[in-house]
Design a protein around this ligand. Structure first.
Ligand code: FE2
Ligand code: FE2
Length: 244
């Protein structure tokens, strides 16, 4: 059984960036080597810092990373690196090459696809998911010990007042978001990458935006893949526009 000091915490900040609001989640995995997944925007640093301090001294952080290099994933990285001198920034190998080692105040660790590492009682696995949902450097972290997929921008749900964890499917809401903002790269490898994630059989999908989903993660990921595929099939049926 995990002790209270070894729980994962969802730090949720709602912002008024779209009508109806939108949430930004950082996940703090408290273990022997505490890990923060997503720093939040630079301007959110004081808010996230205070939330972390409710759980553990920020200087104890050992790993600070995110799914892909954008402001909401890494914006406050250097503020956190200053506050946590023993923490190592991390991301995908290609993310370290393209952005992290330029941006971060200290050398970053780039995880290989499939690389596993221990943070104490938990074992984590990095999965490289290029362009899914977006970003060449995109990757996802799987907590093998609790079957939690820290799934970044997958299943992004709009709204400001979101439960921390829901057992209702989150696909309808995230498809609404995808209809509103086309935030998926139109990559040919999307289905294959989603199938790899489904094969992990996660029991929790820890989304960066919206509620975390507890349930049959594999089934929901496969439903997402089918939905994307059927949308793509419809698009390819449309007649091409020819201009003279
Ligand atoms: Fe993103
Ligand atoms: Fe995001």
């Amino acid at each position: 059984m995990l002790t209270k000091s070894r729980l994962a915490y969802r730090i949720c900040t709602p912002l008024d960036v779209i009508p109806g609001g939108f949430t930004f989640n950082s996940y703090l995995v408290a273990d022997d080597e505490p890990l923060l997944f997503h720093t939040g925007y630079r301007k959110l640093f004081p808010v996230i810092l205070e939330a972390i301090r409710n759980v553990l001294p920020v200087e104890k952080l050992r790993w600070i990373g995110g799914s892909h290099f954008e402001g909401d994933e890494y914006g406050a990285l250097n503020d956190f690196l200053a506050a946590a001198p023993e923490a190592t920034p991390f991301g995908a190998e290609i993310g370290v090459l393209t952005s992290l080692n330029d941006f971060a105040a200290r050398p970053a660790h780039g995880f290989r696809d499939g690389e596993e590492f221990s943070i104490g009682s938990r074992r984590m696995k990095w999965l490289y998911t290029p362009h899914v949902p977006h970003g060449w450097d995109c990757g996802i972290l799987f907590d093998l010990s609790t079957e939690t997929l820290l799934c970044g921008d997958l299943f992004t749900q709009p709204g400001a007042k979101m439960e921390a964890v829901t057992e209702w499917e989150v696909l309808t809401a995230s498809e609404g978001m995808r209809g509103m903002m086309d935030y998926y790269a139109h990559a040919t490898s999307t289905s294959a990458i989603l199938e790899r994630l489904a094969e992990l059989r996660p029991s929790m999908l820890a989304c960066q935006h919206g509620s975390a989903y507890r349930g049959d993660g594999a089934a929901l990921i496969r439903e997402l893949a089918t939905t994307i595929e059927s949308g793509n099939a419809k698009l390819s049926e449309q007649p091409r526009v020819v201009t003279a």
